[in-house]
Design a protein around this ligand. Sequence first.
Ligand code: PMV
Length: 329
Amino acid sequence: MKVTARAHANIALVKYWGKRDAALNLPAAGSLSLTLAALTTTAAVEPIDGAGDELVLDGHPVTGGGIARFSGWLDVVRARAGSRQRFRAESANDFPTASGLASSASAYAALALAASRAAGLTLDARELSILARRGSGSAARSIFGGLVVMRPGSRADGADAFAETLVSAAELDRDWPLAMVVAVVGGGKVKSLSSRAAMEHCAETSPLYDGWLASVPGDLAAARAAIERRDLHSLGEVAEQSALTMHAAALAARPAIAYFRPATIALIDAVQELRRRGASAFFTMDAGPHVKVLTTRDEAAQVAERIGQVPDVTQVITSAPGGPAELVP
Ligand code: PMV
């Protein structure tokens, strides 16, 4: 039977950058994110008779290392189901699969739900988060909606490394209407070093990596306290600091990992200028040149207009908080 599921991308406000176990994809520290309604992956998974698994991404069959990685992840599903069944999966994003736009998070969250059901398993949200994490660390967070925290856990088997909701999308909609405005930098797919390779290189060579890791628990505590108080200014400040500390550690790697393009810096300036004019707007960047701006629902249009004027910004996507991964009937 073919099972279809969808999940939304998420953007970290306190970043995940580094693993304590590469094989099980266990994070070295916690992280905290906002799930975005406007960035959605739909994944369909069905059992097939062939000798190997198949994956089609945005209409293109995946081969080589890509299919090997996906098949290795399906082995986790098969082991859990006690089966040798092969699968065909089709995953499509409704947003450009530009690097740094968190497509692996929504993809592996949707795939975890669809593939586990197609294999005859009914997993709860925590188990789905653990399964999604095996595909991509940030995908563990996309199982949930709203503001989400990822627990790094301490067990060697990763059974305590999963995400959970802090404030649901419905609650945010009701009493803390946040929004995120995404500025896509450059045309087409931007070639950036994958987060997987970059994290490893950063951990091995950056003299600032330990300092970065040491900064995470304090940032997480500050972000959680700000969320408790519904204090966007404090949350936004932490988000900017966490992003800049992560990128500082990456820049100090040898050779350097530099994701920023000139437009990235121009966007940071534009966000600071918006703030000087009284707006609540705070930037964050991931493993790519794009800038995501945390703001309020009421100010999102003003923010989108301003950042859309920055040269080399090719698309602006405004999003409300999104809900959890779900099956599509
Ligand atoms: O889940 P991954 O392996 O694609 O890593 C995500 C890394 C960042 O996007 C840079 C940070 C994060 O927490 O999402």
